[in-house]
Ligand binder design. Structure first.
Ligand SMILES: N[C@@H](CCC(=O)N[C@@H](CS)C(=O)NCC(=O)O)C(=O)O
Length: 354
């Protein structure tokens, strides 16, 4: 019997949040005889618009022009019981939205807050096979790990999961679909050879301290664990600012996958993490360099951003953090991102490809 669990169960003995490694790690590859070769209309993404890891894959798909050949389903932002008919089964997580004409509503997993409509614009039932939850998708692939995360890159031909690791899915999107007229932007290289070392160097501190750092703050269950996480986050936030004062993107003059990874966290920072995860030592709004950096990124990937779903997900899905699921109004961070940025001055003689 697979033990179902969520990120909220991943704790060290000191109350610190310890994220587990993703379990499905296959690759779409152009290698001869590859099990998962690049093909049009073969692969499908299951994502939550809210999830920063899934958002990475939507940004890479958009920038590479893969929308016509890799289909997507966005799940409902508010978690609920994944086996609603089984009293004993307590697991809560991502479920598909109901049909557009459904009138069903539900409350949060403690029966409070809401009501949230089961049908939601931009979300839909699973178009590939009948099922209720993302857990059902993992079960169809005979998963034995029991952590039912998005994103999932699904193979429609073999009916299985290729990968559930966003960092690797974005690499596949960058490099595996450039031939045979598949990607509309095959020449855009978001991981150029000459920047690979700088990208790795940046990812290596940004992941633990910023991307996962906000979760280490928000899911901490002891003061000591929170104190350590917020100190690491604050120092890294300041380090980012210093780097981006001198350099247009995090690994150099050119946008790379490392910027996609960073932006997905910064986009959610002021509206969600500052309030919900108590990351309130800094804000992007009051850090001009980072605000302008976010403006430039937003202006490249705007169609992938859904702030309403981002807020709905976090504030309504973990009643232990927000019992009544009240969604704070916020100061409309996205509107700030629509304003002009000043980042060209950092690379005045180089033309950006995107
Ligand atoms: N390593 C994974 C992490 C994905 C992840 O943690 N996704 C969250 C959503 S933000 C999730 O689906 N959580 C479900 C759960 O904790 O049960 C990746 O980067 O792809």
């Amino acid at each position: 019997m697979v033990k179902a669990r969520t990120a909220l169960d991943e704790l060290g003995t000191d109350g610190s949040f310890k994220r587990k490694e993703s379990a499905w790690r296959n690759w779409v590859s152009t290698d001869e005889g590859a099990e998962y070769p690049p093909e049009a209309d073969r692969y499908h993404l299951f994502v939550a618009a809210a999830c920063p890891w899934a958002h990475r894959t939507l940004m890479a798909r958009h920038l590479k022009g893969l929308e016509d050949i890799i289909s997507v389903t966005v799940v409902h932002p508010t978690w609920r019981k994944t086996k609603p008919d089984d009293e004993e089964d307590k697991h809560c997580g991502w479920v598909f939205a109901a049909d557009a004409d459904s009138k069903e509503t539900y409350k949060n997993t403690e029966g409070l807050g809401g009501p949230f409509t089961a049908a939601l614009e931009g979300c839909e039932p699973n178009p590939l096979f009948t099922c209720f939850s993302i857990r059902d998708v993992y079960e169809k692939a005979k998963d034995t790990e029991g952590k039912y995360t998005v994103p999932i890159l699904w193979d429609k031909k073999k009916e299985t999961i290729v990968s559930n690791e966003s960092a690797e899915i974005i690499q596949m999107f960058n490099s595996a679909f450039n031939g045979k007229g598949l990607a509309k932007n095959p020449d855009l290289d978001l991981a150029p050879k000459e920047l690979l070392d700088a990208m790795k160097e940046a990812d290596d501190w940004i992941y633990p301290n910023i991307n996962n750092g906000v979760y280490r703050c928000g899911f901490a269950q002891s003061q000591g664990a929170y104190d350590k996480a917020i100190e690491d986050l604050t120092n890294s936030f300041d380090r980012l600012e210093e780097i981006l004062k001198k350099q247009r993107f995090i690994a150099g003059d050119q946008m790379t996958l490392s910027d996609i990874r960073l932006f997905s966290t910064l986009l959610r920072f002021d509206e969600v993490y500052v309030v919900y995860f108590k990351t309130n030592t800094r804000t992007v709004t009051h850090t001009p360099t980072l605000l302008n950096y976010c403006r430039e990124m937003y202006q490249k990937v705007g169609p992938t951003v859904n702030m309403a779903q981002i807020k709905q997900h976090y504030y309504t899905s973990h009643p232990n953090l927000n019992k009544y699921s009240i969604i704070p109004k916020g100061a409309d961070f996205v509107k700030l991102l629509e304003e002009p940025h000043d980042r060209e001055s950092l690379t005045s003689n180089k033309k950006q490809k995107v």
